[in-house]
Ligand binder design. Structure first.
Ligand code: CP
Length: 466
């Protein structure tokens, strides 16, 4: 299995088999760390961290040094020429000519994809805004696999800020693909974003069950489950699961409780002093519940108040081990992307994901990604990034940004194939009208507003194809 010259921008850049190969190599590297010295001799890793980090940056740098390579690093956007208005694409091209591999953390969603598009060398996403953090997911899966040998059929509870947590988003897709069931335990107002939920529903063959009623029982005050996602246990089983009882499911126990902090940096500051107190806490009392008897307690760290220090010595607590696994996992990933190691594995790993090839929407018009934090909406980047979407549904018409995966629902559409003889055929329609479904994806034009649609109809609008 070779990953030479590949990028890791989202967790879906790796197949289940590739992840397993990487974990096998991480096992080998954990057992013989010193013997790996020299594997990446002469290679340079550039670590570009434009948001704070302890674990990800230092474990990547330590991993590269343990492989015998070197590291160049910047940790402050103000100390780079980005502060002078340089675009991410230009920075990527330049750093790509100085180093052999780039690890980037950036607050804008989709920034790592842009770096990967322009650098010309392997790029690893170390966290892009609230989008994804795929190498944290590799550490998380590696930890569970080490403790439980498999992911398939396990019940994993995700706790806290499911809305903004990038580690959560990458982990969800991987768990669904690997055949785990997911229990969602969000803080109030911190439920999973709609676009992540939709992807789970449409691309991962499982079944999502809302279970708000469980919140009202005395036990559920402690374990506030909002929804549950059941992955089918066999590859060909579609969403035909019997209506399961969530209580029965819970009695079987929770295999891992994945706790996350409130991502304060991704939301408007609250003026309500009670807000922080409402955030759910995992402590000794919660872990007395029968369903947690054999639960692995995990956290990507850093923690703030959501995970009590009193459970650090509990044998179920695995979060510091999880952070330590960052070294062998990132050593294995770096060595594979640089082509210093290939790995063969004997078994085949089915994926429970349903790979969908959606048509692309790429046309000059006023339509932009709905996410203001998307890289495609930033002033320095709009000079060269043209908004691009996949058309993921025609009812309602839904476009998904290729940079940040946020979705938008255009109001007005037209077909570029209007010229059937007369100008009177040049018409725009409501996106909810029956006409929308009749427009072939390659002819689709979507408008940001009715004014833009009118301008197009009267011959003044641009809306040209890329
Ligand atoms: N888990 C994680 O990404 O930690 P850092 O922010 O310290 O890198």
């Amino acid at each position: 299995m070779s990953l030479t010259n590949r990028d890791l921008v989202t967790i879906d850049d790796l197949s289940n088999e590739e992840m397993e190969a990487l974990f096998c190599l991480a096992d080998e590297m954990a057992d013989s760390t010193d013997a790996q010295y020299g594997l990446c001799r002469g290679k340079i890793m550039a670590t570009l961290f434009f948001e704070p980090s302890t674990r990800t940056r230092l474990s990547f740098e330590a991993a590269m040094l343990r492989l015998g390579g070197s590291v160049i690093s910047t940790v402050d956007v103000g100390a780079t020429s980005l502060a002078k208005g340089e675009s991410i694409a230009d920075m990527a091209k330049v750093v790509g000519s100085y180093a052999d591999i780039i690890v980037i953390r950036h607050p804008w969603e989709g920034a790592a994809k842009v770096v990967a598009d322009y650098a010309g060398i392997p790029v690893i996403n170390a966290g892009d805004g609230g989008h994804e953090h795929p190498t944290q997911t590799l550490c998380d899966l590696y930890t569970i696999r080490k403790e439980r040998q498999t992911l398939k059929g396990l019940r994993i509870a995700l706790w806290g800020d499911l809305k903004h947590g990038r580690t959560i988003h990458s982990l969800i897709y991987a768990l669904a693909r690997l055949g785990a069931s997911i229990l969602f335990c969000p803080g109030s107002g911190l439920e999973l974003p709609e676009h992540v939920m939709r992807r789970l529903n449409t691309e991962y063959r499982g079944e999502l069950k809302k279970c708000g009623h469980l919140n009202h029982g005395p036990d559920r005050k402690l374990f506030p489950i909002d929804a549950m996602y059941i992955t089918p246990t066999s590859h060909h089983q579609l969403a035909m699961l019997p209506d399961i009882s969530l209580n029965v499911e819970l009695q079987a126990g929770v295999d891992a409780l994945y706790v996350t902090r409130l991502q304060k940096e991704r939301q408007a500051p609250t003026t309500d002093p009670q807000e922080r107190k409402k955030y759910p806490v995992v402590d000794k009392e919660l872990l007395k519940g029968k369903e947690f008897e054999k639960t692995l307690v995990m956290h990507p760290l850093p923690r703030v108040d959501e995970l009590a220090y009193e459970i650090d010595s509990d044998p179920r607590s695995k979060y510091f081990k999880q952070a330590a696994h960052g070294i062998p996992v990132r050593m294995a990933l770096t060595a594979m992307l640089l082509g210093a190691r290939v790995v063969s594995i004997s078994s085949k790993y089915p994926s429970f994901a349903h790979k969908v090839e959606y048509p692309i929407y790429r046309r000059h018009s006023g339509v932009r990604c709905s996410n203001l934090n998307c890289v495609s909406n930033q002033e320095t980047e709009t000079k060269y990034i043209k908004p691009e979407f996949t058309i993921v549904s025609d009812e309602p018409l839904t476009l998904r940004c290729i940079y940040c995966q946020h979705e938008l629902y255009p109001e007005y559409v037209a077909s570029s194939d209007w010229h059937q003889g007369t100008l009177e055929h040049k018409k725009y329609h409501s996106a909810r009208s029956r006409w929308t479904k009749k427009i072939r994806p390659e002819n689709l034009i979507v408008f940001a507003s009715e004014d833009e649609a009118r301008a197009w109809q009267s011959g003044n609008g641009a809306c040209t194809k890329e």
